[in-house]
Write a protein that binds this ligand. Sequence first.
Ligand code: ATP
Length: 381
Amino acid sequence: MATVYFDEATRRFSKDDAPAVDGITLDIADGEFLVLVGPSGCGKSTTLRMLAGLEPVDGGRILVDGHDQKGVRPRDRDIAMVFQSYALYPNMSAAQNMAFALDNAKVSKAETKQRVAEAAKILELEQLLDRKPGQMSGGQRQRVAMGRAIVRNPKVFCMDEPLSNLDAKLRVSTRSQIAGLQRRLGITTVYVTHDQVEAMTMGHRVAVLRDGRLQQVDTPERLYDHPVNTFVAAFIGSPAITLVESEVREGVAHVHGVPVPLDRAVAGRAGEKVVVGLRPESWHVVPTPDQRSDGSNGSSSSNGATGIRTDGSLALAVELVESLGAESFVYGRPVDAAEGADRVTVRLDKRTHLTVGDVVHVQPNHGEVHVFDAASGERIE
Ligand code: ATP
């Protein structure tokens, strides 16, 4: 097992372009499962490949257990890589594929056999050891690729989108298998994915990358509850957070005209432009007059111009409903809002039935609002 330390690590493919990986500093603990996540082209694979020695480091350093890896050949790094393509040898059986690296490393035949048998047991591949990759399903091939990494008993696992060739259902079950396996083996793991759900469900910590730069490294809970900027807020969470530009006036911001009370620190920034973020679960439905038991009807009428009612709720015209069984997500546009106004996403429980074209009145929950500086996108505490 090992610690991994990226110290201002940089990779620049050409001197005219911005670096693909731009001064990343990241401290990975012994036995940790660290996920690198971000959109396509943000530098995840390049970061991983630098650690594995498959890509040079143009600036900064990468230390494994405190030792600078500069000049250490990939095969001497004691790092096992699992690729998206699995990279299995088609003419070799599952057992031969798993044994290959050990044969090359001059491990004795008896020990190789034992290690392959152990890995096959862990991965439930015992019945498939004689099959060639072409005779196995995608999920089985994926497990052989994992087995090939496990038999080496490396210091570090590097995994580059190892689940992306599996269908959606298999991906979900395999991700918990890999997370469970990593827990049992306790091997420091760096795992690359563009899928934020995969990142959030598997990682002890998640590092969010954008344009080669590290945005935030945190536990999944903290990333979700405390995103440091609008990019992280929007990238983490599904469906995505609703982000709306606003101005602080008299201690409140406004989301499509609806006042949102702010923490004292933010409320003091009168006149400043901010971006307000509300997650789908940070809204509640306000009953419409005909749903009210007191029979009142006129007190909460919409003022027409913005879809805001006098009780401070926002009227949303429902454009899409995604029903997931236990809950549903409603995507709506403020009634009478200017063209191009952003959609608002609201989570509802299964007792609330809405269809496209309905109007629903919603209000933000107190204390659940994220506020960011409009110019920099940075979180305002
Ligand atoms: P994806 O999720 O699409 O695999 P990624 O986050 O893993 O993307 P990288 O593959 O690390 O991104 O690429 C980062 C940037 O470096 C991209 O802009 C890419 O075009 C560029 N890049 C990657 N490999 C090379 C290369 N061999 N030569 C030149 N540019 C490269």
